[in-house]
Design a protein around this ligand. Structure first.
Ligand SMILES: C[S@@+](CC[C@H](N)C(=O)[O-])C[C@H]1O[C@@H](n2cnc3c(N)ncnc32)[C@H](O)[C@@H]1O
Length: 214
């Protein structure tokens, strides 16, 4: 007997075949809300790497933007550390679920697309957090996504970029999504006045963790 393919793979394949890089995310969150699928990246708590970073970097009221805010765990973590947080996701169902989970939240949850972001976000954030989202879109969309990401960062601010590291993957057997990053691709966030501060690996070399400033 074969194991049924997970819903995220089935939905992603159909969405990508139609040339839609992001449509499957909302379909997956909607199916999960009905109890018909699992969202593989939801943990019910913030990521451990961001948790460690936030403990050392209080926001003191500065503005943070969380890309791919999902069910709200990472935005809420930063809000608890004093950041004035905007979290956005292309999936309206995820944004609604985050608002429902945290009704008292100070986070501004917004439906928006990294590939076509609000112009008001240009150079507007002291902290920009991109964890495992751009890698979830096919590579053709990567240059536009990275350009948007760089554009959000205010002078003197910090951008965090964390993606699966291609150099440590067995790409012969790898199934996308996600599409892992090379070191050079992570470094390419340094554009339009943004510069690389650090580039390390975390999770035993499985992910890059890079910081940038402007
Ligand atoms: C793999 S999940 C990662 C979620 C979270 N950042 C984490 O680390 O667990 C990717 C998230 O990004 C969202 N997303 C994908 N493409 C996006 C886009 N173009 N603009 C905004 N959000 C997007 C998806 O809906 C999903 O919530």
């Amino acid at each position: 007997m074969t194991t049924p393919e997970p819903a995220d793979r089935v939905l992603a394949r159909a969405s990508l075949a139609e040339g839609n890089p992001t449509g499957w995310f909302d379909q997956l969150y909607t199916a999960a809300a009905r109890g018909e699928a699992e969202v593989p990246w939801t943990r019910g708590k913030p990521g451990v790497d961001l948790t460690a970073w936030a403990a050392e970097h209080p926001g003191e009221g500065r503005r943070a933007l969380v890309v791919g805010s999902a069910l709200g765990d990472d935005p809420e973590l930063l809000a608890a550390h004093g950041w004035a947080v905007t979290g956005f996701d292309v999936a309206p169902t995820a944004v609604a679920a985050a608002r429902d989970r945290f009704p008292e939240s100070t986070v501004d949850y917004v439906v928006a697309d990294l590939l076509n972001p609000p112009p008001a976000w240009h150079h507007a954030f002291d902290l920009v957090v991109e964890i495992m989202n751009i890698q979830a879109m096919p590579r053709d969309f990567r240059p536009a996504a990275l350009k948007s990401l760089a554009s959000f960062l205010a002078p003197g601010g910090t951008a965090i970029v964390c993606e699966v590291a291609e150099e440590n993957m067995d790409m012969a057997t790898w199934q996308s999504p996600p599409w892992p990053f090379s070191r050079a691709e992570v470094e390419s966030v340094a554009q339009d006045g943004v510069r690389l501060v650090s580039l390390d690996t975390v999770r035993d070399g499985a992910r890059y963790w890079a910081t940038f400033t402007r």
